[in-house]
Design a protein around this ligand. Structure first.
Ligand SMILES: *Cc1c(COP(=O)(O)O)cnc(C)c1O
Length: 341
């Protein structure tokens, strides 16, 4: 048995999800004629309290389009220094939007008004780029899935708007955050201009992300999806997986969190672990003991059929998901206890 904890993207569609996909009515979505894509888009717009939504192949694409529609060349985006849009999207912000970034420390990746306030450029000074967007990430992948409460988001959004800044949310794992806070997804529409969510992470769809937006951004967003090569044809087969995931896989995210917390707790007691970041959702991030490297520890994992990701010079990441069963959790814990160096 191989246990794959590298990411929550490794899941395969369940039999009922596949069934839903195969039965989907489809059409040409570039002509706006795929009923299943349209259904998913309407569902997501409503769910997130937004005017519209658009189905795309990946979360990278929805983030890139989100920033593209909110900015012009030479402007600046404020984000956390380890944010996905900056660190893990292939330099896309520079290439696609020609913008610079102002990287903030945040508190485990969560930005607050005080830090943002001191990092808005003076638009009247020709030396400085014009700050135009604050981009938040929820949960924060680089910080072991830390999450915002809606009250923190509201404070940032109200302040940003008072400064004429737009708001983007990278909500790849928004539903993991909401599982912990109990906040309503619909409220998010009030505080953001664009929201991206992933259907292919913890929700378990094989492909797909959604960009939800305010009305005024729809035309440009659809144009940009075409320009980025993301216009798909009978995409309803994929959208059906997204609909199924939203209807059936949101409630169970709590199980992933419980398993991640169990792994985090176990790791704290092991001699080959230096420290474990608090486990807030489904991501476990730990530092290996100072005499070891992630590669050495991962070598031992591999011998036992456990896959995980090196995340820095000193850290390893584990992510729990739909295909990580109770049996696998037990086997992982047993294996961790037996490993020695
Ligand atoms: C995975 C992820 C994305 C999107 O990734 P894709 O692999 O392109 O779908 C965006 N933001 C965060 C925080 C992510 O973890």
């Amino acid at each position: 048995m191989t246990i794959d904890l590298r990411s929550d993207t490794v899941t395969k569609p369940t039999p009922p999800m596949l069934q839903a996909m195969m039965q989907a009515p489809v059409g040409d979505d570039v002509f706006g004629e795929d009923p299943t894509v349209n259904q998913l888009e309407e569902k997501c717009a409503k769910l997130l309290g937004m005017d519209g939504a658009m189905f795309c192949p990946s979360g990278t694409m929805t983030n890139q389009i989100g920033i593209k529609v909110l900015t012009q060349s030479y402007e600046e985006v404020i984000c956390y220094k380890g944010s996905h849009i900056y660190k893990y999207e292939g330099g896309g912000l520079a290439g696609n939007s020609n913008v610079s970034v102002r990287l903030l420390n945040g508190e485990r990746g969560r930005l607050a008004v005080e830090e943002i306030e001191g990092n808005i450029n003076n638009a009247k000074d020709a030396h400085q780029s014009i700050t135009s967007v604050v981009a938040l990430e929820n949960t924060v992948v680089r910080e072991a899935g830390s999450y915002y409460k809606l009250s923190q988001i509201r404070a940032v959004s109200e302040f940003a708007r008072s400064k004429n800044l737009k708001m983007h949310l990278d909500g790849a794992r928004l539903f993991n955050a909401l599982t912990e806070t109990g906040d309503s997804p619909m409220e998010h529409g009030k505080y953001f201009d664009t929201i991206s969510i992933c259907l292919s992470k913890g929700l378990g769809a094989p492909v797909g992300s959604i960009l939800a937006f305010k009305k005024e951004y729809e035309t440009k967003a659809r144009r940009m999806r075409k320009a980025f090569g993301g216009g798909m044809r009978q995409a309803g087969f994929l959208a059906a997986a997204g609909i199924y995931a939203l209807d059936n896989h949101v409630k169970r995210l709590k199980e992933d969190h419980t398993k991640a917390k169990a792994l985090g707790k176990e790791l704290q007691n092991l001699h080959w672990v230096k420290s474990v970041m608090p486990v807030d959702t489904n991501i476990v991030l730990f530092e290996v003991a100072s005499n070891l490297t992630p590669e050495r520890v991962l070598g031992k994992f591999n011998e036992q059929g456990i896959k995980a990701l090196p995340f820095s010079q000193t850290e390893i990441r584990l992510v729990t998901h739909l295909d990580f069963t109770d049996d696998m959790l037990n086997k992982t814990v047993e294996t961790f206890k037996k490993i020695s160096f």
